[in-house]
Design a protein around this ligand. Structure first.
Ligand code: AHR
Length: 499
């Protein structure tokens, strides 16, 4: 089978916003506690942050980090997580039926980001479930105002002289979902989001604000929700959010491998909904998208770990990812890059232990899941301008999405003039020959072709065998007369770097 496309620098999609490689830290299960933060662990630093985890997060290449939730944020009081640790209250977390100690809060999160390096930035989610405008502007003043007011001085008294400088704010989380603490109708939420945005902009007009879109495309209110919310907030916000999780069901791997078909059409439907509202409002402004939760998540599987109600840091959502899952995550990254003109922010949910690319054991090791690799490679090599890729490939039949191309691909022209092709072969049983015509690009050699594939598509990394699955370099490709030819192994994620 042969798949082909052409690349031409005159035909591009748009520049990649680095925040497309964002992540998400929620107070959920062991993402924070015994994930990134574990005082007393042999690898913990003076702030209680696990240095082994910090190193892996740096290698992963995450940029914007969303915090502190998720469903958690909609019942959370930010004041609980600031000030002397010994004075912080223990609270019930209704979202995850856990006990929140508040030992980790805003300053600890800021310290974590600072240690990640200059490329990491906070994306703070506000509680618009049980709280509202007052608490949002108070948090803004506490976090960002330099000094001289009650709340900024409280931050300084708490030991943080420098403001945290949070630019990017989510106006609530999944407010369309009946499971959300303080769930609202689109009209109720639209008004609250608009007034929260207005008040925050009165303090700082330069903030970037995200209005809640739908929790999933299958929500009964999808599209109507976005239209109603944006009718209220259009001129007050920058982005609208999307969330999507995918899993293999009923052994239907063919459909699972085509999950990006759903993600791409979700993105395209949100874009047209935004533009429709803009047209009705006679606005020249363009709303961009914040895909601030996406991943593979086996929501239908029972939790294999025993968990009791109101435990601290219970083992929740600790999915162990296979090679197949990594190929799907790679394909979802391709989907995001293919829409780089409208997707400004995207967050892989989540960062550590909870549906995460990094796993840890309390008191024990930290390791990379299979899904770590496509994300790290896309973050490292997917910076620059996305080129328009129109794939001509054989198709296969799927139960969920009909006939789907076997090849899913994108290409990024990097700052150094090189090009990186990201490609997934969705065929489970056969190789694909990929031919790429390179027009107007002075590319003469294949720098490397990295592949993630395995004879066992269920292979995964565990604490006992953390290096079982890793990408490997393959030879055999050719670049000559302006044509690249490479073979893509069955069920594989490929990164082909050209110079
Ligand atoms: O990421 C796990 C959960 O998924 C988040 O808390 C919530 O926002 C979404 O439903």
């Amino acid at each position: 089978d042969t798949a082909r496309f052409a690349l031409d620098p005159d035909f591009s999609v748009g520049r990649v916003d680095p925040r497309l490689f964002g992540s998400f830290v929620e107070h959920l299960g062991r993402c924070v506690y015994t994930g990134i933060f574990e005082p007393g662990h042999p690898a913990a630093d003076a702030d209680g942050l696990r240095v082994d985890v910090l190193e892996l997060v740096r290698e992963l290449g995450v940029t914007a980090v969303r915090y502190p939730g998720g469903n958690f944020v909609s019942g959370h009081r930010w004041e609980d997580g600031v000030g002397p640790a010994e004075d912080r209250p223990r609270r019930l977390d209704p979202a995850w039926r856990s006990t929140e100690t508040n030992r980790f809060g805003l300053a600890e999160f800021a310290a974590f980001l600072k240690k990640l390096g200059p490329h990491a930035e906070p994306m703070m989610a506000l509680n618009l479930g049980t709280r509202g405008v007052t608490e949002a502007v108070e948090l803004l003043e506490y976090a960002n105002h330099p000094a001289g007011t009650a709340l900024s001085e409280r931050r300084i008294a708490h030991g943080s002289e420098d403001p945290f400088g949070v630019r990017l704010w989510c106006l609530g989380n999944e407010m369309d979902g009946p499971w959300q603490t303080g769930h609202k109708t689109a009209a109720e939420y639209g008004r609250l989001a608009a007034e929260t945005a207005r008040a925050m902009r009165q303090i700082d007009p330069g903030l970037e604000l995200v209005a809640c879109g739908s929790s999933h495309r299958t929500m009964p209110t999808f599209a109507a929700w976005e239209a109603t919310v944006l009718a209220e907030t259009y001129e007050l916000v920058d982005h609208v959010s999307l969330h999507a999780y995918y899993e293999e069901t009923d052994g239907d791997r063919d459909s699972f491998l085509a999950s990006a078909v759903d993600m791409e059409s979700f993105i395209e439907q949100v874009v047209v909904t935004c533009d429709h509202v803009g047209a009705r409002l006679k606005s020249e402004k363009r709303i961009t998208l914040s895909f601030d939760e996406w991943n593979v998540w086996y929501q239908r599987r029972p939790n294999p770990h025993p968990v009791e109600d109101w435990q601290e840091a219970p083992r929740l959502l600790e999915d162990v990812y296979t090679v197949t899952d990594a190929v799907v995550v790679g394909s979802l990254l391709i989907a995001l890059l293919r829409h780089a003109d409208r997707v400004a922010v995207a967050c892989l949910a989540q960062l550590v232990n909870v549906i995460a690319p990094i796993m840890t054991e309390p008191g024990g090791p930290a390791w990379r899941q299979t899904t770590f690799f496509p994300f790290a490679q896309a973050s490292r090599h997917g910076r620059g301008t996305v080129l328009d890729v129109r794939v001509d490939a054989p198709t296969y039949a799927t139960r969920r999405y009909g006939d789907v191309p076997l090849l899913h691909a994108t290409a990024v022209r990097n700052e150094d003039g090189g090009v990186t092709v990201f490609a997934v072969n969705r065929a489970q049983d056969r190789e694909l020959l990929l031919k790429v015509a390179l027009r107007g690009l002075e590319l003469t050699r294949i720098v490397e072709h990295s592949v993630l594939a395995d004879p066992d598509p269920e292979a995964c990394n565990t604490a006992a065998d953390p290096g079982r699955v890793v990408p490997r370099l393959v030879d055999g490709g050719a670049l000559g007369d302006g044509v690249l030819e490479v073979v893509l192994e069955p069920l594989s994620w490929n990164v082909i770097r050209l110079a």
